[in-house]
Design a protein around this ligand. Sequence first.
Ligand SMILES: Nc1nc2c(ncn2[C@@H]2O[C@H](COP(=O)(O)OP(=O)(O)OP(=O)(O)O)[C@@H](O)[C@H]2O)c(=O)[nH]1
Ligand SMILES: [Mg+2]
Length: 233
Amino acid sequence: MDITIVIPTYNESENLPILIEKITEVLDGNKLEGKIIVVDDDSPDETWKTALELKNRYANLEVLRRRDKRGLSSAVLEGFAMSKSPILGVMDADLSHPPEKIPELVEPIINREADITIGSRYIDEGGIEKWSIGRKVYSKIATLLVLGLTDVKDPMSGFFFLRREVIENKELNPLGFKIGLEILVRGKYENVIEVPILFGDRIHGESKLGGGVVRDYLVHLSNLYIYKYILRK
Ligand SMILES: Nc1nc2c(ncn2[C@@H]2O[C@H](COP(=O)(O)OP(=O)(O)OP(=O)(O)O)[C@@H](O)[C@H]2O)c(=O)[nH]1
Ligand SMILES: [Mg+2]
């Protein structure tokens, strides 16, 4: 069954070649048929150009260079819209998400055991390699704030797969960083399986977590709470 992995990028030109090679190795080694779509928001470091060059080596790679937009969630949704695969996935470009876990994430969807699978830092055997205490606390607080929205242990993970039907005909809001959470609240699904991952520190480049992220996150959460408790019930 064919799968599409969307990789949103902003200034990831050093990480991308390493990641694409690893993903391809894992897909080939597990006889998975996969397409990779890089959605780059016209990165100043020309990640889009690196990606286009990689197309010569990897026939399963597609590249979208968005010149007029910024945003992780909207990049992921545009990547999904470019694909016809029955299984869709997302992962970060900065090598934080272990590609070796892709088969474990994809197989429950192929076998119809799950509609959504999540690479999870907050279940047994999952974890985070090198965050500062401050960042860990911040992430925990962000996760506590969603307790009223989902039972998933790591709803903020940026490494997940889903059956296309989960989001088909659903209106998803591309605000902010947490498209996985958006899908968990607005998507149509029954079973979610979390697979433990060890979240590594980014290898090259800088974090894009900046000033507006917290505000966007709080607005996004308010929208989701209103949707879940006021609009739908
Ligand atoms: N297309 C696109 N991709 C983005 C944007 N912002 C971030 N990304 C990508 O989304 C992924 C996650 O962003 P990161 O900066 O790694 O966020 P993070 O993992 O929470 O932060 P770090 O731990 O510091 O890496 C990376 O692949 C980024 O390149 C954006 O505005 N547009
Ligand atoms: Mg990162």
